[in-house]
Design a protein around this ligand. Sequence first.
Ligand SMILES: Nc1nc2c(ncn2[C@@H]2O[C@H](COP(=O)(O)OP(=O)(O)OP(=O)(O)O)[C@@H](O)[C@H]2O)c(=O)[nH]1
Length: 319
Amino acid sequence: MFNFLKKNRSKSENLGTNKPTSLKQRLDKSRQKLGYSLSSLLLGKKEINENLLEELETLLITADVGINTTDKIIKSTRKNASRKTLKNAESLYQFLKDELAKLFIENNQLNISINETFVILVVGVNGAGKTTLIGKLAKSFQNQGKSVMLAAGDTFRAAAIEQLKIWGQRNNIPVVAKTLGADTASVIFDAYQSAQAKNIDILLADTAGRLHTQDNLMQELAKIKRVITKQNINAPHETMLVIDGGSGQNIINQAKEFNKAVNLSGISITKLDGTAKGGGLFSIADELNLPIRYIGIGEGIDDLKIFQPKEFINALFDQ
Ligand SMILES: Nc1nc2c(ncn2[C@@H]2O[C@H](COP(=O)(O)OP(=O)(O)OP(=O)(O)O)[C@@H](O)[C@H]2O)c(=O)[nH]1
């Protein structure tokens, strides 16, 4: 957690101001698995036939696009190929890029321009990168001139509270924290009261990691959300699930359970720099039908990007 406390600031484009490192480079492993493989399968070939479609299906599944989403794409390819709208394998390459882009909700950015404290409740499984994302987001909001407060709601790990406090002190961002084991709902309740009293623009609320199968912990999460909503019917304005981009297809069921418990409004995906499973974003978007807000592409404080579907697809596919 918060490895950027220990390391030098990484150099990246993204939400910071440092020297650019391209998204393409950060997504290199996923590019190899999806973009390069697709171009070597399709470019230079002429005919779209059953053999090619079978190879394409295997490739998409191996690249973590997921069985259901792959199925959808293959069906639509077959339909277009039989209608002759798709003339050859080369045109299929562009067609696939367009089909994949359609899986994402285009209007995916948080609209924070409101006249009250905007509350972002961050949830997810253990180690997904919630606390790190909160640090990165806080910094980026601060850079945009917004006032930010953090609620150290992960009261399960002493380190999570400590790191958030240290980080808040260093960056001049107030952190509301209680002791280890304190009730998360009460931490966030206090934080909300304080944020309102101080006219804070954005309150970022951390929660402890939990598995979707831990029924009591999922109910606790629902309770946390209810406590926030009781204070303001519009809050939390965002209930964001953080997903480790390297988790592959396992995450779909987990995400569905989180959605059932707390009615998610957005997803952020971390650790896309270290994984070849970036194709998983397509099935996440397709199966959950939720906007992807941000992507994490490194451990550095600036290694966060607002998710832009076209940019992501171009980074995966363009030579
Ligand atoms: N490479 C890389 N590592 C990341 C990224 N985001 C987070 N991490 C690392 O992932 C690890 C876990 O991150 P945390 O932020 O502690 O995760 P968490 O979800 O708060 O963990 P719990 O409190 O245990 O649930 C840390 O070592 C982070 O540095 C990312 O985008 N890329």
